[in-house]
Design a protein around this ligand. Structure first.
Ligand code: GLY
Length: 254
């Protein structure tokens, strides 16, 4: 059974952290409506939604992906790379303990779920302003126990590894090569976003369906031409808070 943790949009989302985007006004009500539609789409694609609301005082708490990495064998509770987000992970840890054994990333290590991309037995981990060397090493120690192959990847000019690169169905990756070192990804089939849509590389793949943010029609059309089954979701208001589709859920098999 596929399950997805999501978190209700905080009324404080207008005060979200921004690293590579300029602040523009966010309408919290539109963000809430888009989030509702996002959750409905996940349900239509077969996921059972578990909605958390513990972290409403944290502006970025809707971006639940960053709080944990869920592997089949274990859930790793992250330590955010930015002080304003530290503490969000407590509520996720409590919920995840019902489904997995738990490992916790400890200070001074930092790791955010947006920096971890799983492709089968390979775990790509982005080196970013949010995930430090100690975080990568701590995560590797946990992953080694279960024989994962951890590959660290240089990332620049964007927030997370998964801002620059996400999984399509099969052995394909969707990538913005300006932001990630594609040499590290060479065992996979690398497909490049439309050059007019640098933020389009964050797609959410559920089964054979690739969800693409509605803001990126050229990349969606290109993927359709390549015979991917594409569905678009409007997260334009949430993306003003530097969101991507993957940030808004934590998917796992129960
Ligand atoms: N606004 C998302 C983040 O900075 O984590």
């Amino acid at each position: 059974m596929l399950k997805a943790f999501v978190h209700t949009v905080s009324p404080e989302i207008t005060r979200c952290e921004l690293t590579h985007k300029k602040r523009v006004a966010i309408d919290p009500q539109i963000a809430v409506e888009q989030h509702k539609r996002y959750c409905e789409t996940l349900q239509e694609l077969g996921a059972e939604i578990i909605t958390l609301s513990d972290n409403l005082s944290y502006p970025d708490s809707v971006f639940v992906e960053d709080s944990a990495v869920i592997l089949d064998e274990v859930a790793v509770i992250c330590r955010p790379g930015i002080a304003a987000r530290r503490g969000e992970e407590q509520a996720i840890a409590t919920e995840l303990a019902r489904h997995r054994s738990i490992e916790v990333i400890q200070a001074p290590a930092t790791l955010e779920g947006g920096d971890v991309l799983q492709m089968g037995n390979t775990l790509f981990v982005g080196k970013t302003s949010r995930t430090n060397e100690a975080g990568i090493n701590a995560f590797k120690e946990i992953a080694d126990v279960f024989d994962y192959n951890l590959v660290s990847v240089e990332v620049e000019d964007c927030l997370h590894l998964k801002t620059a690169c996400t999984a399509l169905s099969g052995r394909s990756l969707l990538v913005n090569p300006a932001w990630v070192d594609i040499a590290a990804l060479s065992e996979f089939n690398v497909i490049t976003v439309d050059e007019t849509e640098p933020w389009a590389a964050n797609v959410l793949c559920i089964g054979q369906t690739v969800c693409v943010a509605e803001e990126f029609p050229e990349t969606a059309a290109m993927l359709r031409d390549l015979d991917f089954k594409v569905r678009t979701i409007d997260i334009s208001e949430l993306s003003k808070a530097e969101a991507g589709l993957t940030c808004l859920s934590l998917l796992f098999n129960a």
